[in-house]
Design a protein around this ligand. Structure first.
Ligand code: ZN
Length: 332
């Protein structure tokens, strides 16, 4: 793809993402389904949905429903901070469409944090979560921002002021966040200072841990997928996070960019043998149920977040198919 074409696609995505954010800022967001056409689905769309359902099976039925049907999503109850793997922890907050999960990866040289949540949640969700898990926020050395919306970067300036972690993200989403309007919550979204712009496939290294970022433009121009190893009772697994999995409400052409990103991400996840599925907005993958199962887990039981390589690919493919549903709905 030429640089000119890439820039054009980037601008188009930026435009639609800004339009989306403006709608949210007006308090009109009641879920993902705002732009959904009122007219009945065409035979083509119905066939697309059937294909998504077949791909989803029972394992990813919720994902198919959330992404293909675009229901309104209400804030969920905070399940509390939780250790997921030997070296991975989650601080969920109210993990709805408007507030994501912060993940902490422990390494031999400190903590890598994924996303920083909303600025308003730092003192009420993030810091108490760190304390409950037994961590010192000063031990966070790197914060990776998955994309340039305030529910992912809003808390980062506070962390930089108080604890001086390095912030890593994509260059195109740093540009994007300079333009983005305040979030619907009414808080001014102050962008963090960025210490490093990440590149597609170039690992972020801290101590004995490597996180591989994959550029997946779609939800925003520079959204990141993340892939990294974890251990469960000493056994190795690999996590995949689609760090911008909520559908952008763009034109069919813009959504085709997201389709391409999902293909690109799936290639990476296959190459790196991803077998653990996590989301930064875990509203489509049974997160709450898995947390409950993990808390009740007995010695020898499987870790509910390990889905296997084939199921992980199907998770990405269901998302891909639901983007196709969205495109065909817009074209009908
Ligand atoms: Zn977002």
């Amino acid at each position: 793809m030429s640089n000119g074409l890439r820039r054009l696609i980037c601008c188009l995505i930026t435009f639609v993402a800004l339009a989306c954010a403006a709608v949210r800022a007006q308090g009109q967001r009641a879920g993902q389904g705002q732009a959904q056409a009122a007219k009945p689905d065409s035979p083509q769309v119905l066939a697309d949905i059937e294909k998504a359902k077949a791909l989803a099976g029972t394992t990813w039925a919720l994902e198919e429903h959330v992404i293909c049907d675009l229901p309104s999503i209400s804030p969920a109850v905070d399940p509390g901070p939780q250790k997921l793997f030997d070296n991975l922890y989650a601080i969920p907050g109210a993990y709805s469409a408007g507030s994501g999960v912060i993940y902490l990866i422990t390494t031999t040289a400190g903590i890598i944090q994924i996303d920083s949540g909303l600025q308003k949640d730092v003192e009420t969700v993030y810091l108490p979560g760190m304390k409950k898990l037994g961590f010192d926020p000063a031990n966070v050395k790197i914060v990776i921002i998955t994309h340039g919306h305030a529910d992912h970067f809003g808390g980062a300036p506070y962390l930089q002021q108080h604890y001086s972690p390095h912030v890593y993200m994509s260059a195109s989403d740093w540009d994007f966040m300079q333009l983005a309007p305040p979030p619907a919550q009414g808080q001014p979204a102050i962008p963090p200072k960025v210490d490093m712009f990440v590149s597609d496939g170039q690992p972020i290294v801290l101590g004995d841990e490597k996180v591989t970022p994959v550029l997946i433009p779609g939800h925003t121009p520079g959204s990141l997928g993340l892939i990294f190893p974890v251990k469960d009772g000493g056994k190795s697994h690999t996590v995949g996070i689609v760090g911008g999995g909520m559908l952008p409400q763009g034109s069919p052409d813009q959504m085709r960019v997201f389709l391409h990103s999902l293909d690109h991400f799936e290639e990476w996840t296959k190459k790196m043998k991803v077998d653990v599925e996590l989301q930064n907005h875990p509203i489509m993958d049974g997160f709450a149920g898995k947390l409950t199962a993990l808390r009740a887990r007995k010695s020898g039981d499987p870790n509910p977040f390990v889905v296997g390589q084939e199921n992980y690919s199907r998770f990405v493919e269901v998302m891909h198919q639901c983007v196709q549903v969205y495109i065909d709905r817009r074209l009908q």
